[in-house]
Design a protein around this ligand. Structure first.
Ligand SMILES: [Zn+2]
Length: 339
């Protein structure tokens, strides 16, 4: 068996841990129904127990080379502490990396979750061998990562890539960051549910109202299911989502002119509902995109080989993530192997 590392994806509600070989083979994945709400010390304890179990199991065959942990927050790369995390209260200003390193007796790397997802897609997903790319993750909010010349671009203090808080509506909905009209207020799972609730309040969206009252988990996914069944109210929400994301993407393409933009996160499964208006908006608003767009950007007819052909033709490729929700796990495991 080959050498291996551990990748951890710590979210606001879930904790997943995987042993992954240095060649990219998933050896084992553990999804812990951890109650992140039980607090930092509890989560770190469960995480380290699971990592120990995996190390014991796989070190017969190969060397354990370290652990990478993707977390939702801004990280001080020098101290290994989180500066701020809206989804993990109580974790800021605590020596997360050093504490886990002490418990494991091995090298530990802390990384922002969107950066980890970008590294995963670059290693084994849609952006293999692409050295200049950005990752946009659509989930509770919008996460962002920029990779330049094969390396994550952190900015001055690790705060680069906050795509979700780019203003797209000057007088739009207030955002938790203090701004108004941020992209993630219109193009995230949270935004889809908010827009649906607003439509229900008008009294003119009976199908949405029906699933909101009957579906215990009224979510972006249930609203998407309604949209693909032809419900116009649900379709309008995903149209607004696509237009909003297109505005954000137009800014990113204009500013960065990167080879590839990979869109991931849970809501990417609604791709066929939001991608057509996204691409239409993008082409209209970005001169760089209009000049470099591939013939079939939505990728309905074209497969992965066509995307590679577009890459070599110097077209701007905007594509969905290939690794799904595992991108962050693979990317986190990649860090100890490449550091
Ligand atoms: Zn914001």
């Amino acid at each position: 068996m080959p050498d291996f590392s551990i990748g951890v994806d710590l979210g606001g509600t879930n904790l997943r841990i995987a042993a992954i070989s240095t060649e990219g083979q998933l050896l084992e994945k553990i999804a812990l129904g951890v109650k992140v709400a039980l607090g930092r010390d509890h989560v770190i304890g469960e995480m380290c127990d699971a990592i120990h179990r995996l190390i014991d199991q796989y070190r017969e065959g190969g060397r354990f080379i370290g652990a990478g942990i993707g977390v939702p927050g801004i990280i001080d790369m020098e101290t290994g502490m989180m500066r701020k995390s809206a989804n993990l209260p109580g974790w800021a200003e605590y020596p997360v990396r050093d504490e886990i390193e002490r418990r494991l007796g091995a090298r530990v790397f802390l990384e922002n979750d969107a950066n980890a997802a970008a590294l995963g897609e670059k290693w084994l997903g849609a952006a293999r061998d692409v050295d200049n790319m950005a990752m946009i993750t659509l989930g509770t909010g919008i996460g962002g990562a920029i990779i330049l010349n094969g390396k994550i671009f952190y900015g001055m203090n690790g705060m680069a890539g906050e795509f979700g808080h780019v203003t797209i509506e000057p007088n739009g909905a207030p955002c938790g960051c203090g701004n108004h009209g941020c992209a993630e207020r219109y193009a995230s799972a949270t935004a889809v549910v908010r827009m649906a609730r607003e439509a229900i309040e008008t009294g003119h969206a009976p199908a949405l109202a029906k699933i909101a009252s009957s579906d215990a988990e009224f979510s972006a996914k249930s609203i998407y299911n309604l949209a693909i069944q032809g419900n116009e109210d649900a379709q309008r929400i995903y149209h607004r989502f696509g237009v909003s994301l297109g505005m954000l993407m137009a800014d990113l393409v204009n500013i960065l002119n990167l080879d590839m933009f990979v869109i991931g996160g849970g809501v990417v499964s609604a791709w066929d509902a939001f991608a057509p208006p996204m691409f239409a908006e993008l082409r209209e608003r970005s001169l760089v995109y209009a000049a470099t767009a591939p013939e079939d950007p939505v990728g309905k007819k074209e497969g992965a080989s066509a995307q590679i052909a577009n890459y070599t033709r110097r077209k701007t490729i905007i594509t969905r993530a290939l690794l799904g929700s595992d991108a962050g796990l693979y990317g986190a495991a990649r860090i100890p192997a490449s550091s």
